[in-house]
Design a protein around this ligand. Structure first.
Ligand code: FPP
Ligand code: MG
Length: 328
């Protein structure tokens, strides 16, 4: 079993048993697959990672007073969809490490990783259908949005993109699944009047989470993360720290030239990526991106105030704080 709280400590409510249940249910689903189709034993794979979407769902569900059994079911769907998207994303990025383990694409090839991702999507829909039709239907729309976000990101690779274009990418590819978790728990509660509030909170947390992830991709160039180094720039993905650097008067032209060089280098040239990252960090664009994420979270404080006040809300605030200040 995976240790969930290496970076985030949640205390009084103890969501650990629920997280363990979510993980064991997901493992059970994968174990039910014929070994000649996918053999888990031969392909160690971390099915839940940091469980951010599960924690978000459980805590918001607790605030709204829904039964853990229900929030667990919603969290299982979200983690399955997230895992499926990562199986595909690792093929797109040609990544070799995910959640501390070798990726399926690097071990077994992209074909297997793509197909395992497809299988995982079908598991998620199986689970969502067991909750109710509306939950499954909104999940279909969420996968559509995630895929649109990934396609938009693909179309804009190596380009000088605007902040608006970046916001659209992260809203689609990342925030939409947080939004689905929030609307699903809210619809399962007797507080349907809070649907819009929950949605606003979820979208900002999702976007803020992705901005921190994008800042970490530059910060991890020091080798502190057990992840691929500078995988966003090497894959041509233009994220907020780089958008800020490209728009800067003092280094914008230099950065744009290096991004062009990187594109024309024919293969992921890590040396050019390291030079870009050095400037981005030296000019503190990763810090500026982090500040943007924090102010997005500050802006949702009035909406969080609208939620019922209970212990779960305190835990939820701690969870968001840890998420937005994380360094790994
Ligand atoms: C990781 O982002 C990837 C996503 C947030 C979503 C990617 C979506 C797809 C590939 C569309 C397909 C969707 C499904 C459900 C099959 P990242 O690359 O910024 O994060 P990383 O640093 O963890 O790689
Ligand atoms: Mg990626």
């Amino acid at each position: 079993m995976i240790k969930y709280f290496s970076t985030i400590m949640l205390t009084s409510l103890n969501i650990n048993p629920s997280l363990q249940k979510i993980e064991s249910e997901i493992v059970k689903i994968f174990k039910s697959v014929d070994k000649d189709i996918f053999d888990m034993a031969k392909n160690p794979f971390n099915f839940i990672g940091k469980a951010t979407r599960a924690k978000f769902t459980l805590l918001l569900g607790d605030i709204l007073g829904i039964k853990r059994r229900l929030s667990q079911e919603i969290a299982i769907c979200a983690e399955l969809i997230h895992t499926a998207s990562l199986l595909h994303d690792d093929c797109i990025d040609n990544s070799s490490v995910r959640r501390g383990l070798k990726t399926i694409n690097s071990k077994m090839g992209s074909n297997t990783a793509i197909l395992l991702g497809d299988l995982t999507v079908s598991f998620a829909f199986d689970c969502a259908m067991k909750i109710n039709h509306e939950t499954a239907a909104t999940l279909v729309n969420t996968v559509k949005k995630m895929t649109e976000g990934a396609l938009l990101e693909e179309n804009l690779k190596y380009k000088k993109i605007s902040r608006q274009e970046y916001d659209k990418i992260i809203s689609l590819k990342t925030a939409s699944i947080f939004n689905w978790c929030a609307i699903s728990v809210c619809r399962a509660s007797d507080k349907i009047e809070l649907l819009k509030t929950c949605s606003i909170i979820a979208k900002s947390i999702g976007a803020g989470f992705q901005i921190i992830d994008d800042a970490l991709d530059f910060e991890s160039a020091n080798g502190s993360l057990n992840k691929n180094v500078l995988k966003d720039i090497t894959a041509g993905k233009i994220t907020l720290p780089l958008i800020l650097a490209m728009a800067d008067k003092t280094c914008g032209d230099e950065i744009k030239n290096k991004v062009r060089e990187l594109k024309n280098s024919g293969f992921a040239n890590i040396h050019i990526a390291i030079e870009i990252a050095k400037t981005v960090k030296a000019k503190k664009f990763t810090n500026k991106a982090r500040k943007t994420a924090k102010s997005m979270i500050d802006d949702i404080a009035p909406y969080i105030d609208e939620l019922p006040s209970n212990n779960a809300k305190t835990e939820f605030k701690n969870f968001i704080f840890a998420l937005i200040n994380r360094t790994s």
